[in-house]
Design a protein around this ligand. Sequence first.
Ligand SMILES: [Fe+2]
Ligand SMILES: [Fe+2]
Length: 196
Amino acid sequence: MWHCLCLLISTQLKNTTMATTKTPAQTDTVQESALNELFIDELKDIYWAEKHLAKALPKMAKAATSDKLRTAIENHLAETENHVTRLEAAFESINEKAVAVKCEAMAGLLKEGDEIVAETEKGSITRDAGIISAAQKIEHYEIASYGTLKTLASVLGYQEAAELLDSTLQEEKNADSLLTKIAESGINQSSKTEKK
Ligand SMILES: [Fe+2]
Ligand SMILES: [Fe+2]
């Protein structure tokens, strides 16, 4: 997917170069500056998302029924706090101030998580199935965001930022796989037989 994004960006740069009266060097500068702006905006968005996720995860862990799920969420909370720190390092590596701008997508995903907890019975396996569903939607959003950010950082020549973003991307993927394993190891099966 990230390879496609790279191809798209380089094709766009080439097409714009051919269609304009600006010199190729001028066009590249304009395009890179727009891309740079997009990169920084996306960085601010995920910075807000991670900070708010770090606040929401303890509540989600507390609501979980199974020890396995609670431990997985608690472990990912520690990783999430580190994701915030890594983003601050990424901002610093490109000489930008770390600023959080509200991420509407994460705000919506967290609201959905709260609703699932409110609508399911405390101590039920069904609640765990719902928490896994909400948590995986969050992880998928993070995976998409970090994948794009890592590609943009590489295209813009921000090697240090690209490496920091890739480290977080791998942890998001691992968190997602672990949630799938927990769901497959019985929570979704048990919730089928649970009384409503
Ligand atoms: Fe994260
Ligand atoms: Fe995550």
